[in-house]
Design a protein around this ligand. Sequence first.
Ligand SMILES: [Zn+2]
Length: 78
Amino acid sequence: MLTIRCANCKTKLWKYNKLGKGEVLRCHKARITKMLDAREQDGAIDCPCGSRIGIDKGTNWKMIKNAFNYSGKKVSKL
Ligand SMILES: [Zn+2]
């Protein structure tokens, strides 16, 4: 499980069940296990500090490079 944080203010945004070892380029909405402080607006997802974190692509958020950090463990693909 990964905790996604804003790179600007370190606010915890959501928890994400990342599969595989690749980079976090997008977050599939179905695998977001808990929304914390993120705000959905204008077809995007933002941190409460105003920093834009991702763009709504329907089933996933396309993550904006350098807008976020994460910590935690990725889950190996079965
Ligand atoms: Zn922030």
